[in-house]
Design a protein around this ligand. Sequence first.
Ligand SMILES: [Zn+2]
Ligand SMILES: [Zn+2]
Length: 396
Amino acid sequence: MNLIDPLIEFQPELQQIRRDIHAYPELCYEEQRTAGVVAQKLTDWGIPVLRGMGGTGVVGIIKAGSSARAVGLRADMDALPMQELNTFAHASRHTGKMHACGHDGHTAMLLGAAHYLAQQRNFDGTVYVIFQPAEEGGAGARAMMEHGLFEQCPMDAVFGMHNWPGAAVGTFGVTPGPMMASSNEFEVIVQGKGAHAAQPHKGVDPIMVAVQIAQGWQTIVSRNKSPIDAGVLSITQIHAGSATNVIPDEATLIGTVRTFNTEVLNLIEQRMRAVAQHTAAAFDAQVDFRFKRNYPPLVNHVKETALAVEVLQAMVGTRNVNAAVEPTMGAEDFAFMLQQKPGCYVFIGNGEGAHRTMGHGLGPCNLHNPSYDFNDELLPIGASYWVRLAQAYLSR
Ligand SMILES: [Zn+2]
Ligand SMILES: [Zn+2]
């Protein structure tokens, strides 16, 4: 691996920062301490900061040379509402909160790059280091944009990165086009008419209607969308009734829809609504259809992805960069940024779990698992990528 030497030497300090953040995890929009640590480090290193953007977001501004061009590098800072099972020294001090997605590591890697870029100033233009709140369901990226991120910090492109357990350390995965799915949720309430269970003819049974709707919806994925397009519709909850001898008034269907593009999503939502409404009408029931779009699909831009691949190949070798990685149905709010700015999001291999030593829980080292821990070996790798990417982007 062709990493940046001062970043290899800086690894112990980055590890200490990473483990400190890991020990004090904070949830969506509560990242006060974490944002404080980030802002303090940036300030100590002579980097001007903007604070409170989109709630708890922080941006560091690093300038060199005379070019008007600018690039954004983005990390996320929030943790998850879950109990950590690890018992090592840097395990969570906050009951029921845990850095189980590695955002502690993302923050530390970007801090490492900021430190190096501020010391060396060996690039031409402006690098914005963006530390966002609330990636885990809170749309912190969008909150920063609504607060004026791209107006206050005008940038030509923006880049993101996430650790990927199971992929070897020193490898990267990326693909042009859709890489992560849109995430959407629905709640559909079928309004029938309650009755005695022995006198169904005096009511309208919402359970039977809900079952017909559930069956009908599955034909959307199998019969309406093109078999080439990816999409999934999962009903994850059905709620109705409270007694064995009562036909309830209503039944509720809850679940999620994931797609890689908006056209397929539009089609699925529209068909779901039609099937629900017409099925309900056929049975003399009513339906309250609620569909909420959370995160859009994450779509990498072709030119910026080619640049990221070039930078990565020069750093870790061609065979360690999967430039056509299989997309995942997970979602990521960096997608909002890529809707407004060209850019690219990559996966950085977090290792197979060999980095785990004493004190780990018994579970696998997977994202959102209570035994997960970010792999500190990645710190100089991810930081080196950020630096080389910024330098390369601004040089062309
Ligand atoms: Zn996550
Ligand atoms: Zn994450």
